[in-house]
Each structure stands twice: as C-alpha cells, then as structure tokens.
Design a protein around this ligand. Structure first.
Ligand SMILES: [Zn+2]
Length: 252
C-alpha cells in the first residue's frame, strides 16, 4: 500500500526524525511512500539541512520506494537554489509547493518566472507537482490555475482538496488536476466520488502532522498518543478510503 503524503523534519517546535518516521511507516506495512521535509516551512530555511535529511533517508531506503519531493520556497530564488541543481544532487521524484508556509506573489515577476521554470521542468521531466490547498485566497485550488492551464502535461495534485467544491471545479476543467486524501473528511471524499472524480485521488495521510495535532488540550502540551499509535489510526483511514474508492470505481 502507498502513502502519498508523509513528512519528515521540523514542524513548528517539534522535530520528526526522518528515519524514525519512515521506520514507523514501513513497520505499518506501507511499501511505497512520497515524502517531503516540513523543515522547508521554517522561518530561516537552510536548504543544506533539508538536503542532509533527505540524504539520510535515501541512504537507507531506495528512492523509488521512498520518494522525496523537492519542496520549493520563494526565498530559494535569491539564494540561487534551482530545481536543476536540486534534482541533480538528490533523487527527487516530484515538486511540492506550499503557498501557506511561504506566500507566492503572482504580481512579482521573479516569482512568476520561477513558477514557469518549475512547471516547465516538471513538464519536461514528467514529475508531478503536489500543491497544498486551503480556505484562504492565497492557497485556494485555483491559485496556480494559470500554470495548471498552461502546462497541461504536468500532473498537479491538490493536497487536501480544500475547499472541496472548488477542487471538484478544477477536476472538471483540467484533466491534469488530481487530489490527495490527506486530512480529507469522508464526507468530502464522497462528494468527489459522486462528482465522478474518485479516480483522480491519491491516498495520503500527512503523517506525522496528524500526530502534531493530537496535542493542545493538556497542560503539558504533549501529544496525546505515540507516533506509532497515530500512524495506526492514519493507516486505518487510508485502508477505509481505499476500499471506498475501489467500490466506487467498480460501479462506474
Ligand atoms: Zn502535508
């Protein structure tokens, strides 16, 4: 079974040790993983740290089974960190964009040029782009629409499918738009299936961010359960959704 949405590294004040996370995922019987480093969302990101984390994982696991995605952030533009160099140095299998962690400014020429380069090289090399989505204007499913429309051969995966109706509208307009089930409520999964787009979904958990959000209601602010326990819950949802999706495509 595949988990198409896993993270390693720093998330807010919590450090999720890369090999520990992927060890837990492997133990749970997941054989194929797509992951990226949330260290990319830190205030002062140093790409060297991320390279180090990913190298640690690729030394342990073959990258065709544990596939890293290159999380590109706008500050890299001025630092001269390019997609070309990154893909030369590490066996990346895709690109991740997170317009909530780092805002993309579509009025800024540098940002626009950079996005054209990213989408263009994804088109040339056939790698997908995983895009975070959410309720705010700067992260809505249609935020990168001009690029999705121009680069029709790029598989664009809208993580979380949020908001769901706008995601469905994007599925309807563009054949190259997909979604993932990370933090996707079952009611929204059903809406996507009913609209006829169940086959556009990739199964993913967002582990260990799921674990991060189990904290908050205790005095110590400690997570309520262990990482292993959380991933058991996450994979139970994954399996349930897999069965629902399999059933829905049989009917069609
Ligand atoms: Zn995520």
């Amino acid at each position: 079974m595949t988990d198409n949405h896993v993270h390693i590294g720093q998330f807010c004040e919590t450090w999720y040790e890369p090999l520990e996370v992927l060890g837990i995922v492997t133990e749970a019987g997941i054989t194929d993983v797509v992951y990226s480093s949330t260290t990319s969302g830190k205030d002062e990101v140093r790409y060297k740290e991320i390279e180090h984390e990913i190298r640690e994982v690729t030394a342990e696991y073959p990258p065709d089974k544990m596939e890293p995605f290159f999380w590109y952030i706008p500050p890299y533009i001025d630092e001269g960190i390019t997609i070309e160099n990154a893909f030369q140095n590490l066996p990346y299998g895709g690109i991740k964009l997170h317009p909530r962690c780092h805002r993309w400014n579509l009025q800024d020429r540098k940002h626009l040029d950079c996005l054209h380069t990213l989408f263009g090289s994804a088109q040339d090399s056939g790698v997908p782009i995983l895009i975070h989505t959410g309720e705010d204007d700067f992260e809505k499913p249609a935020f990168f629409e001009q690029f999705i429309a121009e680069y029709r051969d790029v598989r664009c995966i809208l993580a979380h499918c949020r908001p769901v109706l706008e995601t469905i509208a994007m599925f309807r307009t563009y054949k190259n738009v997909y979604g993932d089930t990370a933090f996707l409520p079952e009611a929204n999964l059903q809406k996507i299936i009913q609209a006829g787009f169940g086959e556009r979904l990739f199964l993913g958990t967002d582990f260990p961010i799921t674990h991060y959000f189990t904290r908050g209601n205790t005095e110590t602010n400690e997570p309520a359960i262990t990482l292993e326990q959380q991933y058991k819950k996450d994979t139970a949802v994954l399996q349930k959704y897999e069965i629902i999706l399999a059933g829905s495509t049989e009917r069609n």
